[in-house]
Design a protein around this ligand. Structure first.
Ligand SMILES: [Zn+2]
Ligand SMILES: [Zn+2]
Length: 284
């Protein structure tokens, strides 16, 4: 059985709706708590100072004021996408080989979900390795291996990038000269560096925009009228609305969130099983 580290999937995953954003600059405590809710971290796991700031215990006075870097990181955490039903952020690890040894992922493969990352943009990322030894090698030198992985994802996914326009500057058609990068194991192609920076400052918003654009486009040509996991009719989903899940450049229409979890845990198998879109655009 693959060893697995995962975020807790309790009721903290969904922040309460209808909360007004405070107009004042958020304090370290509010940022920590909001980030914890977004990421599904139990509040008890937070540093003591976060929960006690502003109370009369007297312990808050020992907390150092947050550095600018720390505040920026926490603000960025709030703008990440929410974890998916399988407990990680972004797409599943997209390769069938280990980025450390280059070996096929087999029986001894291990899964790692990045947590408490200094680089908030790596938070929640799903990774797989062929064995425990490779996982340890990765932990000793994550920056190098993540750069290697990103380069490989761009090489494989860029040719299939499904949008013709920049996600950030919507009226910009993507030409020869693009800005390519990876967020959450997925390659994004934008028109310029400035757009990449804006994307990374509000990753949740732009991932949602990508998913919406792809879903809107592939819904009409989706090849199945049943759920690829359970075989149930999509028209019999809750409220008649299938659960839409985007992985890379493909949409999955599923009976419910439970099936989405199954697809995310076996993504390469389901991507291979998913038939091509019904009527591709007329060629030429
Ligand atoms: Zn290995
Ligand atoms: Zn752009």
């Amino acid at each position: 059985m693959p060893h697995r580290t995962s975020l807790p999937t309790d009721g903290f995953l969904t922040p309460p709706d209808g909360h007004q954003r405070p107009r004042i600059r958020p304090t370290r405590a509010t940022l920590l708590i909001a980030a914890a809710i977004t990421l599904g971290v139990p509040l008890m796991a937070l540093p003591a100072a976060a929960g006690q700031e502003g109370t009369s215990t007297g312990r808050a006075t020992t907390a150092a004021p947050p550095t600018r870097e720390e505040t920026d990181r926490l603000a960025l955490l709030l703008r990440l996408p929410k974890p998916n039903p399988a407990g990680f952020i972004g797409d599943p690890y997209p390769l069938d080989t280990c980025i450390v040894a280059g070996e096929k992922l087999g029986e001894k493969a291990v899964t790692l979900i990045l947590k408490d990352q200094r680089d908030a943009l790596q938070e929640g990322r799903h990774l797989r390795f062929c064995c425990e030894a490779c996982l340890e090698k990765f932990k000793a030198n994550p920056t190098e291996y993540l750069a290697k992985l990103d380069a490989e994802i761009i090489r494989l996914q860029k040719p299939q990038y499904p949008l013709e326009r920049c996600l950030v500057m919507l009226d910009e058609t993507l030409g020869e000269d693009t800005e390519d990068f990876v967020y959450g194991n997925r390659c994004y192609v934008l028109c310029c560096r400035k757009c990449e920076n804006n994307f990374l400052k509000s990753a949740g918003r732009y991932v949602t925009a990508y998913d919406k654009a792809l879903t809107g486009r592939q819904r009409q040509t989706y090849p199945l009228d049943t759920c690829i996991v359970s075989g149930k009719k999509l028209s019999e989903s809750k409220d008649g609305k299938p659960y839409d899940l985007v992985i890379g450049s493909r949409l999955f229409r599923l009976h419910s969130e439970a099936e989405a979890k199954v697809v995310l845990e076996n993504a390469s198998a389901y991507l291979a099983k998913l038939p091509p879109l019904k009527s591709a655009k007329p060629q030429g």
